[in-house]
Design a protein around this ligand. Structure first.
Ligand SMILES: Cc1cc2nc3c(=O)[nH]c(=O)nc-3n(C[C@H](O)[C@H](O)[C@H](O)COP(=O)(O)O)c2cc1C
Length: 113
């Protein structure tokens, strides 16, 4: 996280990361070239497995402009937010629609304001 935050701040990338013991889900926003560079390094990192891009799109504005990389993981306090956007009891980003993933990340981030 520390390294990601330092890199992202230098590259104009902002976003949100959430994870449990099995999965990561991340939103990244910034200049297209930097987003592509970061994606390439994440995809080619042999420590990462089954990376899937859920959605890419042009933004009218950033949703995470305050954070070089905000983060949250499931707790008792935010459990209802994960469940709100999930079909399953356990958080599994592979089973989320792009819209559900975006809304989940937005609500988790609101908890950190
Ligand atoms: C789930 C996940 C998200 C990551 N997000 C970022 C990121 O937003 N920005 C970034 O520079 N690196 C990101 N990384 C890459 C790691 O932080 C990377 O290990 C770090 O840049 C340091 O590189 P090194 O471990 O090769 O020294 C991410 C890695 C993981 C597993």
């Amino acid at each position: 996280m520390q390294q990601a935050q330092v890199n992202n701040a230098a590259n104009g990338i902002t976003g949100m990361l959430t994870f449990n013991k099995d999965y990561f889900l991340q939103t990244i926003e910034g200049p297209r070239a930097e987003i592509n560079r970061l994606l390439y390094s994440l995809i080619t990192d042999p420590r990462h497995h089954d990376l899937q891009v859920i959605e890419t799109r042009e933004l009218k504005h950033r949703a995470w402009s305050k954070w070089s990389m905000n983060y949250a993981s499931p707790t008792e306090k935010n459990a209802a937010i994960y469940l709100k956007y999930s079909t399953t009891i356990d958080f599994n980003p592979y089973l989320l629609s792009a819209e559900a993933a975006y809304n989940l990340m937005n609500e988790l981030s609101d908890q950190h304001d």
